[in-house]
Ligand binder design. Structure first.
Ligand SMILES: Cc1cc2nc3c(=O)[nH]c(=O)nc-3n(C[C@H](O)[C@H](O)[C@H](O)COP(=O)(O)OP(=O)(O)OC[C@H]3O[C@@H](n4cnc5c(N)ncnc54)[C@H](O)[C@@H]3O)c2cc1C
Length: 479
């Protein structure tokens, strides 16, 4: 019997798992896909928002500001790529300067530190490629950028090392509550139904479906799609900060930002009435994004675009995050409607989830031996002496597999063998980056595939590109 079963291993579920692993509890994290971070957590802008955007007094405002602080702390503890580069909300007219002032006031009330309103001259110094119509901006130095899937993987790994049981390939299909305990039925044929005293529902765009399995549909999730360009590192230096336009009813609008690894990200748009799981990209939307971004940063060369992608925001029929014990099912905590700034807020949402569980009757006693840290090898950032020692210890660190990102075979093997190891090509890519570069895996992909097959002792045909069913090889053309 588990004390707590968390459903969904995105950034919210992973943060809760890690938070609860500080206590003497029996906890499991259940994920339907073959890896963590397969939902909205792998497809967003990767911004650690400062917190001026959410309305005063909302859960979003409180959790954003707290999460922004915690993300910086946890990124250090868990060896996650994070840069505090600050954000700029740019005004392109005097009218928009009034919006900037409103955001400034709202940010101050939300507790955002060190914000300033700046004018064109200073803005130009900070961002030499800013659009010609820019008249001023709100500068928020506490904002940053993070590796979203790296963060989710690191949180899960740390939770697992501290005793949480992770079930991958385990889709929750039904939940029953009897005599005060839950039985969770899954699509995993190798697993008995899971018994637990409490449930945390962190299933993203499926959180209303999960609640509906055992209680009343207290809310509804309506996915809102956003599409993006990822540009080569040649374009990264065009922006020094996260560059937003003034927000509208549809959200924070199209942004331009460097990524933690030096690429340039441009997007997203906002599209309603889409199917759950529809992450297709379209020419029309990409053109809209391109035109909108032109206003913010001049001279982006879209011939350097290396990838397009789309993510689904878990927009609910309420305006705020839904962070509460279910009214129809006692002992089930809903963490739902976690749209943006959900990535930023997740570490703080986890603290709220812990408090709600305690209020619902869970006893929390701290572990003496909680280990808050996690490290992985970044071969190229080692000194020449450290590199030589590493290669001596394991010659696979002397063989470069991905020439775009300079990733060694040793790092790839490590990514497969870690506590929450990669099972697919994209799983390796999200952990140590082969395939993230200019050639997008054109050269290193087949080599990585061979390494996974060798290390997992499976055939080449069994290695997936990403989620289950994404076959790469289906057989030999010539026998
Ligand atoms: C376009 C876009 C841009 C964004 N930009 C930002 C940003 O810059 N900054 C920011 O702070 N936030 C941003 N967000 C919001 C942020 O990405 C999300 O709030 C966050 O990722 C939500 O995490 P989650 O864990 O709730 O959901 P998810 O990451 O979707 O995780 C839910 C998990 O539940 C699993 N699951 C679902 N059903 C079941 C089931 N039946 N059984 C088992 N598992 C199940 C899914 O497979 C998934 O892994 C953005 C979102 C989008 C879409």
């Amino acid at each position: 019997m588990f004390d707590v079963a968390i459903i969904g291993a995105g950034i919210v579920g992973a943060s809760v798992a890690r938070e609860l692993s500080r206590y003497n509890l029996n906890v499991c994290l259940i994920e339907k896909e073959n890896d963590v971070s397969e939902g909205a957590t792998k497809a967003n802008s990767a911004i650690v928002h400062a917190g001026y955007d959410p309305e005063n007094g909302t859960a979003m405002a409180r959790l954003n500001v707290r999460g922004c602080h915690l993300t910086e702390v946890y990124a250090k503890e868990l060896d996650v790529p994070y840069k505090k580069i600050g954000s700029l909300v740019v005004a392109f007219s005097q009218e928009e300067m009034e919006t900037i002032e409103e955001l400034f006031e709202r940010g101050n009330k939300n507790g955002v530190p060190d914000q300033r309103i700046i004018h064109r001259e200073e803005l130009l110094k900070m961002e030499p490629n800013i659009g010609d119509e820019a008249v001023g901006a709100l500068h928020s130095p506490s904002a940053g950028i993070v590796g979203p899937w790296e963060f989710c993987i690191a949180l899960t790994e740390n939770a697992v090392v501290n005793g949480v049981k992770l079930y991958l390939n385990t889709e929750v299909v039904d939940i029953k509550k009897e005599n005060g305990t839950f039985t969770i039925f899954t699509g995993n044929p190798e697993l008995e139904p899971i018994q637990t005293k409490y449930i945390v529902n962190a299933a993203g765009i499926y959180s209303d479906v999960i609640l509906g399995m055992v209680g009343e549909r207290e809310f509804k999730i309506k996915p809102r799609k956003g599409q993006y360009f990822v540009l080569d590192k040649s374009q990264g230096p065009l922006a020094n900060h996260v560059i937003f336009q003034c927000p509208s009813a549809l959200g924070k609008g199209v942004l331009v930002t460097p990524s933690v690894h030096g690429n340039l990200i441009v997007g997203p748009d906002a599209e309603d009435n889409v199917e759950r799981d529809d992450t297709t990209t379209t020419k029309e939307r990409m053109e809209f994004i391109r035109d909108a971004a032109e206003k913010s940063i001049k001279g982006i060369n879209y011939r350097e675009s290396i990838r397009n992608f789309a993510g689904l925001r878990a927009q609910s029929d309420r305006s705020d995050f839904i962070i509460e014990e279910s009214k129809s099912v006692k002992g089930l905590i809903n963490l739902a409607g976690i749209k943006s700034p959900g990535l930023t807020s997740a570490p703080a949402i986890a603290e709220d989830a812990r408090d709600l569980l305690e209020k619902a009757g869970l006893t929390l006693t701290k572990k003496d031996n909680f280990n808050p840290t996690r490290r992985q090898t970044h071969f190229m950032s080692l000194s020449p002496e450290e590199k030589a020692a590493k290669i001596k210890e394991d010659p696979r660190f002397g063989r470069i597999i991905c020439r775009c990102e300079n990733i060694t075979e040793g790092e790839i093997v490590e990514a497969i063998k870690r506590p929450v190891g990669a099972l697919s090509l994209d799983g390796v890519k999200r952990r140590v980056r082969p395939g993230m570069g200019r050639c997008q895996g054109g050269f290193c992909g087949p080599r990585v595939l061979e390494i996974i097959a060798r290390e997992k002792n499976v055939s080449l045909e069994e290695v997936m590109q990403d989620t289950n069913g994404s076959y790469i090889l289906i057989g030999e053309t010539k026998k």
